[in-house]
Design a protein around this ligand. Structure first.
Ligand code: SF4
Length: 92
């Protein structure tokens, strides 16, 4: 038997559910402002006022370079990470 848990399922154990979130980090100092991440995954990435890539506000944690996304956004974010020409998007 296999189980698939959606991040959106109401959690009874916050710590456990929070551990399902996927961490995303953008190394913003190296961003060349190409917009590829936003094109491929606007649900997670957006170019800021200075055209540097940011995590969308909904998923930001401590700042615009750090975020946590639900499982359903992983494929999208991973495609952006794979396509980033300077490989500065990291998912863990
Ligand atoms: S794809 Fe990479 S280099 Fe291009 S805007 Fe996004 S983070 Fe910056």
């Amino acid at each position: 038997m296999s189980f698939h848990y959606s991040y959106n399922v109401r959690c009874l154990d916050y710590q456990w559910c929070n551990s399902l979130a996927i961490k995303v980090i953008i190394d913003q100092e190296e961003c060349i402002m190409c917009g590829t991440c936003e094109d491929l995954c606007p649900e997670v990435f957006v170019l800021g006022e200075d055209d540097i890539a940011e995590i969308v506000e909904e998923y930001q944690t401590e700042d615009t370079a750090h975020g946590e996304i639900p499982e359903e956004q992983e494929e999208c974010a991973q495609s952006a990470a794979d396509a980033c020409p300077v490989a500065i998007i990291h998912l863990t």
